[in-house]
Design a binder for this molecule. Structure first.
Ligand code: ADP
Ligand code: MG
Length: 340
């Protein structure tokens, strides 16, 4: 069996492009460009909680890095340097080779150097720490939404959790839509270019990892504002193809794992935002407005302007919301039940 060091050399040591010193020493050495702040984020994927244990390792490699890339996209930062901490139950070289292929595919797509990590034996657990650069003072935060701002969303949130519902036999879709939803689940496309374009336009931003309503809730709480959302404005060709309208709505509003961006911006920025979206070929839709009174509160209106009970907002690992429609929630609910 290869040693830990041989494994690192074989699977995770690659030439670096914008790093002084990468894998192999006690630490890495970085040099941020002048005038830049460092944005840094970490995310852990645990087998049984965040992914099904038989998930294709190449897709998992992509997703392990992509979920972190999405956090930096939501900050308006350019991802640059990643650290990878791995716990592996055993050394399965074919699995590691596929995992590394997916991970480096994502790293190459977004111009990221893998600069270090840690490798140990244990229950399968994948943790990436990602560092990026953003011009000083320009990072997008959750706390900047103001009354009168529009609420925007990119792409079609809900596809990943609908894909998971298909895998679990809870939904049926035409093959083309099913393939689209499974791609959203397995190979999320973090919105880095959009995050960069939104610097100076968006007042607040977050990536949708836990569910649209739950993640908007974080913006509302941190900004001290309320919001009204219009269900009729929400995007969703794939969701419309699902015969179970309640499931489709749950996926849209409470499904996580899509890694679309949810952001707010003053109405004066509408034209610039629409121009940025068309230049990148990304659908950007206004789904509501920010209000003042009732900080943190959220009103959801149907097509006739009637208020709907939002129901579940998304998944929280510790609140015990087991019935959540989010991809994370459904897997976590199963994992938690098994452990009792
Ligand atoms: P130390 O014992 O000094 O912490 P390690 O033996 O853990 O060093 O790691 C040796 C080198 O390999 C370090 O540069 C570390 O960052 C890197 N490394 C370890 N595991 C990984 C991994 N999974 N991916 C990338 N680099 C790794
Ligand atoms: Mg170490």
């Amino acid at each position: 069996m290869p040693s830990e060091f041989a494994l690192i050399d074989r699977f995770f040591r690659r030439p670096v492009h914008h790093t002084i010193l990468g894998v192999g020493d006690d630490g890495a050495l970085l040099r941020p460009a002048p005038g830049m702040e460092l944005a840094i984020s970490t995310d852990m994927l645990v087998a049984g909680t965040h992914f099904l244990p038989d998930t294709d390792p190449e897709a998992l490699g992509w997703k392990t890095l992509a979920v972190n890339v999405s956090d930096l996209a939501a900050m308006g930062a350019q991802p640059r340097w990643a650290l990878l901490a791995l716990a592996l139950p055993e050394v399965d070289e074919a699995w590691l080779a596929a995992f590394a292929r997916g991970l480096f595919d994502c790293a190459d797509t977004f111009g990221i150097d893998l600069i270090g990590g840690d490798t140990t034996r244990g229950p399968l657990n994948l943790c990436v720490t990602l560092c990026g650069e953003v011009p000083a003072g320009q990072a997008l935060r959750r706390s900047g939404a103001r009354p009168g701002d529009d609420v925007w969303v990119s792409g079609q949130p809900g596809r990943a959790s609908l894909g998971l519902a298909c895998l679990q036999g809870r939904a049926r879709l035409a093959p083309a839509y099913e393939a689209d939803c499974l791609a959203a689940l397995h190979r999320p496309q973090p919105r880095v270019a959009l995050g960069l374009a939104l610097r100076g336009l968006a007042s607040a931003a977050i990536d949708i990892s836990d569910g649209l309503l739950a993640d908007l809730g974080h913006i509302l709480e941190q900004s001290g504002v309320s919001a009204t959302l219009h269900l009729a404005c929400m995007p969703g060709a794939a969701l419309a193809a699902c015969a179970d309208a309640q499931l489709a709505r749950d996926c849209l509003l409470a499904g996580g794992d899509d890694y679309e961006l949810l952001f707010t911006a003053p109405p004066t920025k509408r034209e610039s935002i629409e121009a940025a979206g068309s230049a990148m070929g990304i659908g950007l839709i206004r789904i509501g407005e920010i209000g003042g009174a009732g900080a943190g509160s959220l009103v959801l209106l149907d097509a006739r302007g009637q208020s709907l009970a939002p129901g579940r907002r998304g998944y929280d690992h510790f609140s015990g919301e087991r019935e959540a429609g989010s991809a994370l929630g459904v897997i976590a609910a199963g994992a938690a039940d098994e452990s009792r």
